[in-house]
Design a protein around this ligand. Sequence first.
Ligand SMILES: [Fe+2]
Ligand SMILES: [Fe+2]
Length: 468
Amino acid sequence: MAQVRKKVGLADLREGMRVVAITKLDQKFAMVDSQTLAKLRDTLPGARYVVERDRQQLKLDVYSLKAFDTVVRIEELPKNSAFAKVGSDTATELERLGFYEFTVLAPSQQPSAEKPAPAAQPTVAAAVRLKQHTSNDPAHVARVSETRQFLESLSASNAERDSASQAVEEAMGDARRGKLRRTTLDRAVSSVMSRGAAPAMRAIAGLKASDQTYAHCVDMSVIFSMAYEEMARVSKARASVPLSSVLVAGFMHDIGKSSVPKEILESQQRFDPDGEEMRIMRGHAEAGAKILSDLNFGTDVVNVAQCHHVKQDTSLGASYPDVSYDAVRPVTRLVAIADVYQALIGKRSYKKNWVPAKAVRFLMDLKGTEFDERYLGIFLRSVGIYPVGSLVRLNTGHVAFVVRNDSNNLERPVVVVVEDANGNRLSQNDLVDLMIAPDLSITDVLDHYEHFSESPDQPYEVFSTLQF
Ligand SMILES: [Fe+2]
Ligand SMILES: [Fe+2]
């Protein structure tokens, strides 16, 4: 049955709804104490907690909460949590705990206090059901099963992304004190690799905001590492740089920012391109190269730190330091592209994030000026024209998230439908493999931040609760 996602208060909770987030909490959550924390651990262990700590907003699991944190929202309530399924006495229990407002999935014909739910659209079932586009083709079967695995890995990869960002932050702190050790990032790198978290982390990078220093390095790194794997695949040569070094190079590419005073690094302003702050900021490239070569990192890792801001046309104002483009190694040419891409899709204090598909189009225009055409081609084949996590409209009017790309046919990804042609949100999300649905096509890319504007995390919330 079609379902809609909506915000409801205690009085509007009805049996059969599913609570996916708690959006208004009692005053006692403004400064949690150890007793409240213990209670949360008992009642909602699997959810994610958006908290304010030291004027920063963080999203944590329940075990990472600390006394005096302000809990702003509770998100991603697991399907098996105590309140996921609303029963006859759920509202009373939620009120007793101090939870007052919720995001729920409700059957679309359920009467709502605010506005009548739209009638179920018979055309939804008729238009794009996986059933109508099934095939025994082994390639299709493999795509569907990989998609399932990918979506199931999202939540663990999200936690992996948080801990990798923390590792980068620690490494930068260590470097600031002159105490960086090669081993600091090894655990984060091997954890990302062993869990195969890169594809999910890359999708998350396009669905959630990142800080511009630490999560930036992690997001850039997984985006770059996947492009590097594509490079190794198409060149049919064995990758000359092992994947662990590729990830380290990504994590450490901005390590020289540890030499930049925090007032400049964390400034909310946009600097004058010819000003002193910009000169200091640009020093991070040479500073990073020195830190890494002092620690005996290999030539490629050092080159990435030193040359990731060198443009193909070195006369461009944004190109630094002053070295010839010949000095920029292949891995670094790819990093330079991934770095700009991440900067566009990541959060900057002075601009809103771009959706990945828009960033891809922007990169295409920089071919031959900022970027080497060959490496740009490799990069684009890796992220796709409609990167995973893009929200697209189909020729039927339905709205869907892209969940898997095939580098052999980037126009025809696997998508999961989230809305019917009339804008009704669906909770049973039909999966459509466009490779076997020749009558369906993508007509438009939507801005998922504008489309799901209830909260900055809503696009990720919807993406990570897709069900088919
Ligand atoms: Fe940089
Ligand atoms: Fe960077």
